[in-house]
Every structure is written in C-alpha cells, then in structure tokens.
Design a binder for this molecule. Structure first.
Ligand code: DX5
Ligand code: ZN
Length: 217
C-alpha cells in the first residue's frame, strides 16, 4: 500500500499538535521529520526535542530524515517508540555500512537518502542491508522547491534493483511533490511519498491530504 508522509518542515510550528491531528484525521499514514543542521544543508530546522514533543499526541509513525553531518552521534536521540525509519544521507556518511547497522541495532528500520547528483551505484555494496531508499527530488535544505525530473529515472532504476535484490525495500521520494506529479512517482515505484508545502500550505489541509491519498491509492 502506498503511504503519504506530510513533512513537518512546512507545518505551522506554533500549532504543531493541531496540524498533526489534522493530517492524521485525514488519513495520512506517516509523519516525515526533516532534521537540518546548517552544515550538511544550508538551513537549520529542528531537533529531536521538537519531534519528541509529539510523542503521546499521535499514533502516526515517524519517518526521520537526517540532513546532518555525523548522524551516528544523534541516532539514539531519534529512536523513539514512534520512530519507524531513520534515514541518513549517503553523502554525509564515511562509514555508511556501520551507520546502517547502528540504526538497525536500535530496532529501527534503516534508510539511506541520495541527493539529486548522487548515483544509485553508491548503494551497490549494501543494497540488501537497506529497508528504505529515499530519492531526493530537490536539493535538500528547503521546502517549496520544484521537482527535478531526473529523480524519476532514479526511482525506476531502484525499482528494478529492488525486484532483483531486495523485494522488501521501500522506495521513498522527497521534494517538490504536487497534485500534478504525485501519480508519476508511485507509478515509477515509490511507496512512501513525502509532501511538505503541498500539504501544509493548502487552503484546507485535510482536504489536500485526502486528494493526495486518492491519487496514490
Ligand atoms: C527538503 C526536505 C523535504 C521538504 C519537502 O530538504 O527534505 O522533506 O520538507 O518539501 P516540499 O514538499 O515542499 O518540497
Ligand atoms: Zn525530507
């Protein structure tokens, strides 16, 4: 089943609990948590404390997207009872295999994200180890950017590799997802779709979530 993961980055932080309740009520299945450190990406978002403030307020699983240097140092902080995935960037990890094992040792599913300029081939040696691959369809750092079309080829290549080598792998896409392009990514093989501004900047957040879910079911 395809799932929608609204990204908190575009939510109104002054009423986070309320906004999470809206997306949950509308049927979104996952909460995407964008963590930015101002080093790996040119922006700072929020850390584990903000994510943890939602514990007990939502049943939705957290999909943690770490856009930070030295992610190993912070993995424990993000491993909560709601955390389903922790995803690190291949470009930020010198010892990617070790980092993936570290995430799994916390009882959390491990994801690796690829920037638009990073080829799928960097995952060649650890493909079977991965629970999730996150294809960035914008350069990470900001919400509201435009979808980079070459992400579709990357998704298709991953979908083929998945069939051959890791049938349980989940392919996720993040960045510039709109009502116009959401169907094209699920048709290419994505099962977990992130959307920030398209959800939280909509005139009616609940209606928007339902529209998006309808398009990917
Ligand atoms: C970008 C973040 C995204 C962002 C997506 O660096 O990783 O998750 O919130 O926002 P939109 O959907 O607005 O492109
Ligand atoms: Zn993200």
């Amino acid at each position: 089943m395809n799932r929608l993961a609204p990204s908190l980055l575009s939510a109104d932080f002054s009423k986070l609990e309320e906004q999470v309740a809206l997306i949950e009520r509308a049927g979104a299945q996952v909460i995407h948590v964008d963590v930015m450190d101002g080093h790996f990406v040119p922006n700072i978002s929020f850390g584990a404390a903000v994510m943890k403030s939602l514990l007990g307020k939502t049943k939705l699983p957290f999909d943690v997207h770490l856009m930070i240097e030295n992610p190993d140092q912070y993995l424990e902080d993000f491993a909560t009872e709601n955390t389903e995935y922790i995803t690190v960037h291949a470009e930020a990890c010198t010892h990617l295999h070790r980092t993936v094992q570290h995430i799994k040792s916390l009882g959390i599913k491990a994801g690796v994200s690829l920037n638009p300029a990073t080829p799928v081939s960097v995952l060649e040696a650890i493909f079977e180890e991965l629970d999730l691959v996150l294809v960035m369809s914008v350069n990470p750092g900001f919400g509201g950017q435009s979808f980079i079309p070459s992400a579709l080829d990357k998704i298709k290549a991953l979908h083929e590799l998945k069939a051959q080598r890791n049938p349980n792998l989940v392919i996720e896409v993040d960045g510039g997802i709109t009502l116009e392009n959401i169907k094209s990514v699920t048709e290419a093989g994505v099962e977990l779709v992130v959307a920030g501004s398209t959800v939280f900047c909509a005139p009616n957040i609940e209606t928007r979530v339902k529209e998006m879910l309808e398009l990917i079911k």
